[in-house]
Write a protein that binds this ligand. Sequence first.
Ligand code: SF4
Ligand code: SF4
Length: 299
Amino acid sequence: MIISIASGKGGTGKTTVAVNLALALEGTMPIHFLDCDVEEPNAHLFLYPEIKHSETVNLPVPVVDESKCDGCGKCAEVCAFNAILAFKSQTIVLPELCHGCGGCTLLCPRGAITESPKEIGEVETGRAGKIKFSHGRLKIGSALAPPLVNAVRKTAHGRGPDSGLVIVDAPPGTSCPVVASIKGSNYCVLVTEPTPFGLNDLMLAVDLVRELDIPCGVVINRAGLGDDTVSSYCSSEGIPILLEIPYDRKYAECYARGGRLVEDFPELRDALCGLWRKIAESSGADRDGTARRREMAEI
Ligand code: SF4
Ligand code: SF4
């Protein structure tokens, strides 16, 4: 069972929900927490994992042997990212744009392309209490978050269909790193706030999860702060509101000092356990995190 926690914009409380959901369920089933916000990972600030393993993630970037290249242009034709440019006199690789797909190497008719590793970041894994933990750190200057997100998600590979729950903390927004983070999830929780900005970005996020065919529900954070347009939208679209977390200064103060809401506020522990029960019921999962309706995702 893979649950993604996402939001159309930053600052809605997505990581707060993801972290505290994991903490509320800790010990009731095996949990693997994946912080896929590789540009700004911050779940570790609340989970305090002991990192046991760190691995550099590289992309295979093409290198052209000019002595073999005849300038046919096939590599440039196949590259969807304009990362390789073929001229009569020279073929140029732009490593910053290359996604390491290997297409140009495969299709070069003259065998003129080899590949060289380019570091894009690192993946760290460890444990936070009974929770298995993984996150990625994108190298400064690297613009290629999706391959690193994929590397984080691969740390949950091989767990099998009966091995509990994977909680994915996705990056904010609706761009490629978000798609890489949530694709194949059994359920996506969209965290928003009851404001015009929150509604606008929730609508974008709903479009995305529907495009990816992922069932979704909404958590309204800071409920009571703004208006009821988010609730009206969810009602008109048939999207369940799974939980409303009240706008309360004491929650903000707890967050600001790096505290854990479920430890300081028992009512939120109960509420997050209730959130899991609703997700389990609507996604066809057993309470121990085993997904029935959808197969474990191919990541
Ligand atoms: S496909 Fe190969 S031979 Fe053709 S331009 Fe590219 S590198 Fe050169
Ligand atoms: S490896 Fe893929 S992305 Fe990179 S230059 Fe070749 S075709 Fe383009």
